[in-house]
Design a protein around this ligand. Structure first.
Ligand SMILES: Nc1nc2c(ncn2[C@@H]2O[C@H](COP(=O)(O)OP(=O)(O)OP(=O)(O)O)[C@@H](O)[C@H]2O)c(=O)[nH]1
Ligand SMILES: [Zn+2]
Length: 228
């Protein structure tokens, strides 16, 4: 599958101004990236290269350009748009946008892989099974669907478009770290993100921790609580 950059524009948000970039794959599926400060990061890097012969190495290290803070976020219509309490997606998205604005250098890759890649209709079918008491993993399996059908091969081309080959990745999901690392993107740091825990999603988070390998501790409190 190949991914083409289509267009970009400014996007003011309540967290600050981003650039929004749209990409399309061969099937016409759209993925979106929000960026802030990446051209500024590149400018620092370019200045560093130009000054390299004159700047002592310690000073050079001190003024290294920041590694962009990046969130790979999978579409969740119910959480991102409708403030669902069944998951943590909405608070994760907002917190990541805020944190990236605060660092001044980073990106949100908003991947159109609703319902961990099974699509909205199947996710709502899975929710119906969850209403009957099944957990998030079993509900997918009972529908004959994979636990997680997502792919991440669009991330490399999207990041390359803005010159990023090293990231501080905001995630609790080790699959994302592994995928990027295996595909030539240096994950300098994993930044845990735990926000939006409530009585309605505590079991869901526990299932992700206990059955899906997500890096959340017993009481959900080892992850850094970024701003809510
Ligand atoms: N099939 C299914 N998908 C869900 C469910 N709840 C949330 N999702 C989807 O799960 C995706 C988000 O994945 P998560 O497992 O919450 O988190 P992650 O992206 O793997 O990991 P983090 O980077 O730590 O957030 C979004 O596409 C949601 O639409 C559910 O109960 N069933
Ligand atoms: Zn969600």
């Amino acid at each position: 599958m190949s991914y083409q950059f289509i267009t970009s524009a400014k996007l003011p948000t309540r967290h600050g101004e981003f650039d929004i970039h749209v990409f399309e794959n061969d099937d016409g599926q759209e993925h979106v990236m929000l960026t802030v400060g990446l051209s500024a990061c590149e400018q620092v890097a370019a200045d560093e290269t130009a000054d390299n012969t004159r700047v002592p190495s310690t000073a050079h290290a001190a003024s290294e350009p920041p590694v962009p803070l990046v969130r790979i976020h999978s579409e969740c219509l119910t959480g991102d748009a409708f403030s669902s309490l069944k998951c943590d997606c909405g608070p994760q998205l907002n917190t990541a946008m805020q944190a990236i604005q605060e660092t001044g250098c980073g990106a949100i890759l908003y991947l159109r892989q609703e319902g961990r890649g099974i699509g909205l209709t199947n996710k709502i079918r899975a929710y119906a099974l969850q209403d009957q008491g099944h957990d998030t993993l079993d509900a997918n399996l009972m529908l004959g669907l994979p636990a997680d059908a997502r792919i991440y091969d669009m991330c490399g081309p999207m990041l390359a478009h803005v010159g990023v080959d090293a990231v501080r990745l905001i995630t609790n999901n080790p699959d994302k770290v592994a995928y990027l690392t295996e595909h030539g993107i240096n994950v300098v740091e994993r930044v845990p993100l735990l926000v939006g825990v409530n009585d309605m999603n505590a079991d869901y988070l526990a299932t992700k921790r206990d059955r899906m390998g997500h890096l959340l501790d017993k009481d959900f409190n080892t992850a850094i609580h970024l701003n809510k």
